[in-house]
Design a protein around this ligand. Structure first.
Ligand code: SF4
Length: 324
């Protein structure tokens, strides 16, 4: 424990249940450097729920799911916003707060959903289904958002679809999110074939095995999981909704069918809950590290830019979502 410097000791108290001392000793220097750099550069770090605990609990200023980060990005007053998340999240922050310097620590932090569709694909869908509105998940590029009528997140997708008051919508690009939303509404939903490479791996058989191994366990699933997984879960919702569920119900034992780090981050807040962790890592989220956050602040990289013509139309689709 000698590696825990005085300035970091209180932070370690917070995460000691999920970070062993040997790992912490590797993190301490970067954490102290990042805390100093944030002050020097008047910077804030927005971290997604899938970031590792040393980022989520020790250097982030604002944490949450995509919807929460988008809302917070709009009102950030600092000069610099560092996104501890993936590239589409950094683009969304830039769309909503265009005068700020937005940094993404690794340009290759992508997303299988964002990669599954292009702006040209959306234009072709519009030709195929004329006058059917396009609802686009925020897990897409700014160019795809620019071709859309409105965006959504997993937290507000049903409300967004209902808000349009139409019998049919195109919902892009996550096939499973579209099917899971279709199960909750009479609105006909035309889906694309994108998948989240993390959530598509969970199966209904996984849930049955978990229930057999841990009788009484509460199973919470993300709506990017296949519909048969959502059907067998006790609750389905965004990462923020899962976190709220654990806080409200305080189950004795729970499994979150989502990215690995989510369980660690929620476990820090709920030492009384036993988290069973079938681990599916997002390789894109894991490209963000303390080391590259530090470098991003030291060297002002990688600055996120968006073509102004694309940005104007994409911003409209994102802002429209925020007012649903
Ligand atoms: S968890 Fe899935 S949806 Fe989220 S960034 Fe990774 S690949 Fe994309």
């Amino acid at each position: 424990m000698s590696a825990v410097l005085p300035s970091s000791a209180s932070l370690y108290d917070r995460v000691r249940r999920v970070i062993p001392p040997i790992e912490w000793s590797v993190f301490v220097e970067d954490i102290d450097a990042i805390l100093n750099l944030k002050r020097q550069r008047n910077a804030v770090i927005l971290a997604h729920n899938y970031q590792t605990p040393e980022i989520f609990h020790c250097v982030a200023d604002i944490v949450g799911d995509s919807l929460a980060l988008a809302r917070e990005a709009m009102t950030v007053d600092a000069d610099v916003i560092v996104i501890a998340g993936v590239h589409f999240m950094a683009e969304t922050a830039k769309l909503l707060n265009p005068d700020k310097t937005v940094l993404i620590p690794d340009l290759d932090a992508g997303c299988s959903l964002a990669d599954s569709i292009t702006a040209e694909d959306v234009r072709l869908m519009r030709q195929r289904y004329p006058s059917v509105p396009v609802v686009t998940y925020v897990n897409t590029s700014a160019a795809v958002k620019a071709e859309s009528d409105i965006c959504c997140t997993s937290g507000n997708a049903l409300a967004v679809v209902k808000s349009l008051r139409v019998p049919r919508v195109i919902m892009l690009p996550d096939e499973y999110l579209a099917k899971n939303i279709a199960a909750q509404t009479k609105v006909e939903i035309i889906a694309w074939n994108g998948r989240c490479e993390v959530h598509e791996r969970f199966t209904a058989a996984d849930i049955r095995e978990l229930r057999e191994a841990h009788p009484g366990i509460s199973v919470l699933a993300h709506p990017e999981c296949p519909p048969e997984v959502v059907a067998e879960a006790d609750f389905a919702g965004s990462t923020a909704a899962m976190s709220d569920y654990v806080a409200r119900h305080r189950p004795a034992r729970v499994v979150l069918m989502t990215e690995c780090s989510m369980s660690d981050n929620v476990a820090v807040e709920h030492p009384e809950v036993d988290f069973v962790r079938p681990c599916n890592l997002c390789p894109h989220m894991k490209r963000i590290t303390l080391a590259n956050i530090r470098t991003a602040l030291e060297e002002n990289r990688h600055v996120v830019t968006i073509d102004p013509h694309v940005a104007e139309r994409a911003r409209w689709a994102v802002e429209r979502m925020l007012f649903v």
